[in-house]
Write a protein that binds this ligand. Structure first.
Ligand SMILES: [Zn+2]
Length: 356
């Protein structure tokens, strides 16, 4: 009797797929300074991170970005582990293999297992590099929610204008699409979302990042990718010069990150086996640097604009640990490689030992 029970449970275990670790990366807005986020005077702006997520995380207080401080090129650098030097305002792929390519090629994962949800059309090439050993066909699938919404509403924009501004830095830049981005007709097939439901739901949302989160959640439920990268961008409204809008962006991003964590914990495909990373792409200029205008931009390259933070929480990560030694933006990809068991062979950074 006993051996039968044991035998059948062993059989059941052998028959089910191994529990594979998943990773979700969220970039926390486009450029956020410590003093409006986790520094003592900023903590009131991130109540969800402070109260719910940081206590469960290993938190890095100094993540230095030594690359170009433009959002696309900096996010590409985060995704390759190399400080990319591509033109921030051109529709170009990263030059070094992305985390998505390492992941898919080394682990032989299908295209459906690595996805990017990105804020603006300028990010359409971020899913795969131009590197000759990787590149086309080996990258992530990219969803541009604003591009989808534009396609869905062709013509009647007025209800959606607040969601559709492409970026906050160069209003005249309209990149060509034509990478491997997700198209409107795939909405129903892959995300099980009718165009009408998508439009109706978008109307209720207050920001582009809320639209991104809505799409990311749908993706998690319907496709459940093992590697999901979400780039938030609302905070970059700071370029308009209104401090209150910048703070509002931070508060919204704080809430959306906590919402995403709740989704991870409640979705069976993710709960208990997912590691979540949250980090800004970089900071913003210091108030006392005469070369800039404080929070508004990130053009001086001063220490404040280069130094930011990162938190990791969930599967395999120790809780309540604070790490003050400096790490670099380029360390993320090698760390993901160690966690997921692929080799980020061309990345410049090093795996972060506190997370291994
Ligand atoms: Zn910016």
């Amino acid at each position: 009797m006993g051996s039968t029970v044991l035998g059948s449970s062993l059989l059941a275990r052998a028959g089910s797929a191994p529990k594979r670790r998943k990773v979700v990366v969220i970039t926390f807005g486009g450029g956020a300074r410590d003093q409006e986020t986790f520094a003592p005077e900023g903590q009131e702006n991130i109540p969800h991170l402070m109260g719910e997520l940081i206590p469960r995380s290993t938190f890095f207080t100094q993540v230095v970005n030594r690359g170009i401080l433009g959002h696309y090129v900096a996010t590409a650098s985060l995704a390759t582990g190399v400080y990319e030097t591509i033109n921030n305002f051109a529709s170009l792929p990263p030059e070094h293999p992305t985390v998505f390519e390492y992941f898919r090629k080394d682990l032989k994962r299908p295209p459906s297992d690595a996805w990017v949800v990105a804020p603006s059309n300028g990010f359409n090439r971020i899913g795969e590099s131009s590197h000759r050993s990787y590149g086309p066909g080996l990258g992530a699938r990219v969803i541009l929610p604003k591009h989808l919404l534009t396609a869905a509403i062709s013509g009647g924009r007025s209800d959606y204008d607040h969601l559709l501004r492409d970026n906050y830095e160069t209003p005249l830049y309209a990149p060509e699409l034509g990478g491997s981005e997700f198209e409107l007709q795939q909405l129903e097939k892959i995300l099980k979302l009718s165009v009408d439901d998508f439009k109706a739901h978008a109307r209720t949302l207050s920001s582009p990042d809320e639209l991104s989160l809505y799409i990311a959640r749908q993706l998690m439920r319907q496709v459940a990718p093992s590697l999901l990268w979400i780039t938030m961008h609302d905070i970059d409204v700071a370029h308009a010069g209104a401090y209150s809008l910048y703070i509002e962006g931070i508060r919204r991003t704080d809430r959306l990150c906590a919402d995403l964590w709740k989704t991870i914990e409640s979705e069976p495909e993710y709960a208990g086996k997912t590691t979540l990373f949250i980090l800004p792409d970089f900071g913003r200029d210091a108030d006392d640097d005469s070369g800039g205008n404080g929070f508004q931009h990130h053009r001086t390259g001063d220490a404040l604009s280069r130094t930011t933070w990162m938190m990791a929480l969930g599967s395999g990560v120790r809780q309540g640990v604070v790490v003050d030694r400096a790490t670099e933006s380029t360390d993320l990809v090698p760390t993901l490689g160690s966690m997921l068991d692929f080799s980020a062979s061309m990345a410049q950074g090093k795996p972060i030992s506190e997370l291994l």
